[in-house]
Unconditional design. Structure first.
Lengths: 113, 116
């Protein structure tokens, strides 16, 4: 079955720096990959979706890359702010053609002023 | 537009009892998903409903069940509660399977179930 790996250790960075989070997966290559943000005690919030034929996707200060050869996605937050502190989850479909998403365990980002 | 709503926000039950959790999807969404998030763990897929039918099920015992109503709202039932069922139960909705299969999930803020 599909396995997703995200760095379980928290990432601590200073305000203004670029945060880079990694999502690695095994087995088959998904048709797309999604990134979510989750704050404590709240449900995840969708951020970005990138398809297998897209190398890079941007939205404001966010950038996602998708390397199907390395089976890896990178999630960047530029000019990070303390308000960006949260857990970031990557998710991809379990099977081609189905909407069932499998989530990684997430990486906690802490941005200090 | 109103987001996904879940009720109750907190639920405390004793071992062996039954719990019922409810979810109202975003208007227009026909797919509803249930996930379990135990403390410190990732989201574990429980159930997926679309157009009133169960489409897929995760690796959970049969005492986890649910249904989707004609108005697309959904209910998750957990029978014979065990201590390890304590978790945040998240409901999400999206457009139906054949409308946009890669559409994002919209989550509610969950029901915190505590089993004592």
């Amino acid at each position: 079955s599909q396995k997703i790996e995200q760095n379980s250790e928290a990432l601590n960075i200073q305000e203004g720096k670029t945060a880079t989070l990694t999502c690695n997966y095994t087995n088959y290559s998904p048709a797309y990959l999604q990134w979510y943000r989750q704050d404590p005690g709240r449900g995840p919030v969708f951020l970005l979706l990138i398809r297998e034929n897209e190398k890079e996707k941007r939205k404001e200060r966010l950038k996602v890359t998708f390397d199907t050869t390395l089976k890896q996605s990178l999630f960047h937050i530029t000019a990070s702010q303390p308000a960006d502190s949260a857990t970031y989850l990557c998710a991809l479909p379990m099977n081609t053609g189905f909407q069932k998403l499998v989530f990684g365990t997430g990486t906690r980002l802490l941005v200090s002023p | 537009e109103a987001g996904v709503t879940q009720s109750p926000t907190h639920l405390i039950k004793t071992r062996g009892q039954q719990a019922t959790l409810r979810c109202s999807p975003i208007s227009g969404h026909t797919s509803v998903y249930w996930y379990q998030q135990a403390l410190g763990l990732g989201l574990q897929f429980l159930l997926w409903y679309d157009e009133g039918e169960e489409r897929n099920r995760g690796n959970f015992p049969p005492r986890f069940s649910g249904r989707q109503f004609p108005n697309y709202s959904s209910e998750l039932n957990v029978n014979a509660l065990e201590l390890e069922d304590s978790a945040l139960y998240l409901c999400a909705s999206s457009w139906g399977t054949f409308d946009s299969y890669n559409s994002p999930l919209h989550f509610g803020n969950g029901t915190r179930l505590t089993v004592t």
